[in-house]
Structures are given as structure tokens and as C-alpha cells.
Design a protein around this ligand. Structure first.
Ligand SMILES: [Zn+2]
Ligand SMILES: [Zn+2]
Length: 247
């Protein structure tokens, strides 16, 4: 076993709020320069750019998990990660069926580009992605688990679009796999105590919307190999696996 540097929350040009240079070559190049070995691609409510980033990651020796940052009915963001692209795409079908049939307002919100592994723009997603899907928190976690995915509550320490912001706690009995904290915010002792009481580790991810967000690794998994099964153990501090974060 060894430590792997990871960043499990990265947006691409598909997210309307992300910069238009969040393209496969640039993201993977920057990640390699920073020493990141495991990434997750997590656009808002879509996994349509995951395949291109997986291909580029494979080429450059970086493990990339296909994922999505889901916005639930309660407007809570969840980082949903999958081992297999097919499972991620299946989850996307579920989510797309639960999104309101609205079009993206690109002048106001930004463009939603689809790209290939060579950074070529190959299309746009027309539907509105920056909106809550009609899936409750509980339904979302269950759907992810049904597809053998991991579900991590995004930026728990932020007020907007977070589980803690909405509920002021981590609800007991919600089978989350972990939570994510923001690199630059002060740690809240009450929140850390609650995370510990729930028995899982927290990860620190960049939530990168710009290339400049991909800097020195801040989160490491002590695992045998770069799989979700290993990460799941690490998030639960099981079988010698663990997560280490630095500030
Ligand atoms: Zn978010
Ligand atoms: Zn995000």
C-alpha cells in the first residue's frame, strides 16, 4: 500500500461556471505537474465530458474516475463517483429524467461545451444543468449506491448548496460515503466532531473551475490501488486504509 495524491472534484468546460480552458490536455497537464495521481471529473448534473477526460488521463498515466456533482431537490451538492463509465452514464440517465425541461441561458450562466480527448469542441449541452434535479438527498444516495458508486457531500463547510448549510448537521442514518471540506476555509470544531462521530473521513478537494485551482495536492489516500473499493475503505478508516489532508 502507498499514498496517492488525489483531487476528487473537478469541473470542465461542460459546467457553465467553469473556465473555457478546462480542457482534457490542460487539466491533465496541470494535474501531472502538481503531482496528482487520482482525479474525478464532476460537472454539474452531467457526466457527458467524462469519457474525453478518462481517455486523456489514461494516456498520461493519471487515474480518472467518472463522476458528477449532483444538485438534489433540496439544492444540496453531492459528489457522485463511479468506477465504470457505463454506470456513470446510467446515473446520468436517471438525473436527466429528473431535471426540469428547461434550456440553459448561456448568456447569463455560461456555455456547456462537450469536448473530445483532443480538446476539440464537439457540441453543447442545451438543457439547463445548473438546477436542482427532482431527486431527494436520500433518493440520490440510494441511486448512486445502486450503481456501485460513492457519494460524498460537497463542500460541507460552505453555506451555499451544502448539506450542512441546508440541515446544519449530517443526518444520522444517511448512508454517505464521506464528506468534502474546502481547502481555504477555517475548520469548524463542531463539524469535525460530527464527521468523526459519523465514522467517516473527510476529503479536501479543489472544486476546480479554473486551471489555477489545480495546485499542490492537499488530499492523500493510503490504499493498495486506485479503485473506488479502496477509496471506500479509506473513507471508513478500514483495513489499514486512510485519508490524510494537509492545509
Ligand atoms: Zn458545489
Ligand atoms: Zn463543484
Amino acid at each position: 500500500m502507498r499514498e496517492w495524491a488525489m483531487d476528487l472534484h473537478i469541473h470542465t468546460v461542460l459546467s457553465p461556471c467553469a473556465a473555457d480552458d478546462m480542457l482534457p490536455s490542460a487539466v491533465m497537464g496541470r494535474a501531472r505537474e502538481a503531482g496528482l495521481e487520482i482525479l474525478a471529473i464532476t460537472d454539474h448534473n452531467s457526466v457527458e465530458n467524462a469519457a474525453a477526460f478518462l481517455e486523456k488521463g489514461h494516456e498520461m498515466g493519471i487515474k480518472v474516475f467518472p463522476g458528477m456533482e449532483l444538485q438534489t431537490k433540496e439544492d444540496i451538492h453531492l459528489v457522485c463517483l463511479f468506477e465504470q463509465l457505463e454506470n456513470a452514464l446510467q446515473f446520468q440517465e436517471t438525473v436527466y429524467a429528473k431535471l426540469p425541461p428547461l434550456k440553459n441561458k448561456k448568456e447569463a450562466l455560461g456555455e456547456q461545451w462537450l469536448v473530445d480527448a483532443h480538446d476539440q469542441k464537439v457540441g453543447e449541452v442545451e438543457r439547463l444543468l445548473l438546477v436542482g434535479a427532482a431527486l431527494t438527498l436520500e433518493e440520490a444516495v440510494a441511486s448512486v449506491h445502486l450503481l456501485q458508486g460513492l457519494c460524498i457531500a460537497s463542500h460541507l463547510d460552505r453555506q451555499a448548496f451544502s448539506l450542512w448549510g441546508y440541515l446544519g448537521t449530517i443526518p444520522p442514518g444517511l448512508p454517505l460515503d464521506g464528506v468534502e471540506l474546502t481547502p481555504h476555509l477555517a475548520r469548524d470544531p463542531a463539524q469535525l466532531a460530527k464527521i468523526k462521530a459519523e465514522g467517516f473521513a473527510y476529503v479536501v478537494s479543489s472544486d476546480a473551475h479554473y486551471l489555477s485551482d489545480l495546485t499542490t495536492p492537499r488530499c492523500f489516500a493510503y490504499i493498495k490501488e486506485a479503485t473506488l473499493a479502496e477509496l471506500k475503505l479509506a473513507l471508513r478508516h478500514e483495513e489499514g486504509r486512510s485519508i490524510r489532508t494537509i492545509r
